[in-house]
Design a protein around this ligand. Structure first.
Ligand code: F6P
Length: 364
């Protein structure tokens, strides 16, 4: 890059996650406070870049953000300058507005762009980087499904929220001698269900990476009932699917780069259990509850470390990279390595083995 930085842009893209505001705060405190650069926020992810909606960000604007959920910049999981949708119905078209966006970034006098997001947001950032914009990515998602980082911020908070929900549902399951299913987000990855399932003592944990059989689920419930445990807690990832079967699709969001929205598997499995075993079964879908609220201390620290390092990276003249957590260290990796990939749970992952040792059934 070589050029001395004076101003940078920042955006948050994709589904929101606890810790986004903490990253924005860390970026502004490091960039404006430490290096005395100007920082410009783009509103609603890449939509702000295409539609030219910005907000200046200075030290006062980020005061009080560390603990606040959501993102003050707004976000979008539809906007993509490389595939921008216009018109409706038969007139619907997809056009590439990336060149326009690049001219706009230059016209604002910005020397670099920080993109905070998951694989969709970072893949677009990779595209802009390849077109000559110095970009640094910051990995976010409650799904924890990004490659090249041990953990994304937002995940720890989502696991904690899910675990608290499981703890609460546990006591009512026990009181009523019921089978309780808790459906959790995570897209095609089972990280959230796996971690919270272990933390919350799930008796059955269903994740997309290990297709389930109803026989196996029912055997576990019967075994528990025979051994005097008259309730069963089932944690099911929204992407879970039966052996030889399909995921349950809740809706198709046409404009979205990843149009499939999963959801509904909890009810499917619950109805099958009730029909087969005649046991009272209830479902709780945690849904967007997992994306909201105050970040945990772990996520606040991670978000602050990532945001700050992203700025230092630019100051050192590095770009085209994503900052990441590896072990206990923050480092960076070429952004192109993570683009368009989803990190799934390996079926022999240590937490799967641990779950099995603790007596959890994975439905296989
Ligand atoms: O990627 C984050 C996530 O919350 C997924 O877990 C979930 O499948 C998806 O986003 C939901 O998207 P939307 O907010 O569009 O319903």
């Amino acid at each position: 890059m070589g050029k001395k930085i004076k101003a940078i842009g920042i955006l948050t893209g994709g589904g929101d996650a606890p810790g986004l505001n903490a990253v924005i705060r860390a970026v502004v405190r490091t960039a404006a406070g430490h290096y005395e650069w100007d920082v410009v926020g783009f509103k609603d992810g890449y939509a702000g870049l295409v539609e030219r909606h910005t907000m200046p960000l200075d030290m006062d604007d980020v005061s009080g953000l560390l603990t606040r959920g959501g993102t003050i910049l707004g976000t979008s999981n539809k906007a993509n300058p490389f595939a921008w949708h216009i018109g409706d119905g038969d007139d619907r078209q997809t056009i590439d507005r990336s060149d326009e966006v690049i001219s706009y970034i230059k016209s604002l006098g910005l020397d670099a762009l920080l993109a905070i997001g998951g694989d969709g947001t970072l893949s677009i950032a990779d595209g802009l980087s390849k077109k000559g914009i110095p970009v640094v990515g910051i990995p976010k998602t409650i799904d924890n499904d990004l490659y090249e980082t041990d953990q994304t911020f937002g995940f720890d908070t989502a696991v904690s929220t899910a675990t608290e929900a499981l703890d609460r549902i546990h006591t009512t399951a026990e009181s009523h001698h019921r089978v309780m299913l808790v459906e959790e987000m995570g897209r095609n990855a089972g990280w959230l269900a796996l971690h919270s399932g272990i933390a919350g003592g799930g008796d059955i944990i269903l994740i997309p990476e290990i297709p389930y059989s109803l026989d196996s689920i029912c055997e576990k419930i019967i075994w528990r009932n025979r051994s005097g445990r008259l309730f069963t807690m089932i944690v099911v990832a929204e992407g879970a699917l039966p052996k030889g079967g399909e995921q349950v699709v809740a809706k198709i969001v046409k404009d979205s780069p990843d149009p499939i929205r999963l959801g509904g598997i909890g009810n499917v499995v619950a109805n099958q259990i009730e029909k087969r075993l005649g046991l009272e079964t209830r479902v709780t879908v945690l849904g967007h509850l997992l994306r909201g609220g105050t970040p945990t201390a772990f996520d606040r620290v991670l978000a602050t470390r990532l945001g700050s390092e992203a700025v230092h990276l630019l100051a050192r003249g590095e770009s085209g990279r994503m900052v990441r957590l590896k072990g206990s260290e923050i480092s960076s990796v070429e952004i192109t390595k993570i683009a368009n990939r989803q990190r799934l749970v390996p079926v022999d992952h240590t937490l799967v083995k641990l779950g099995r040792q603790m007596g959890a059934c994975f439905g296989d």
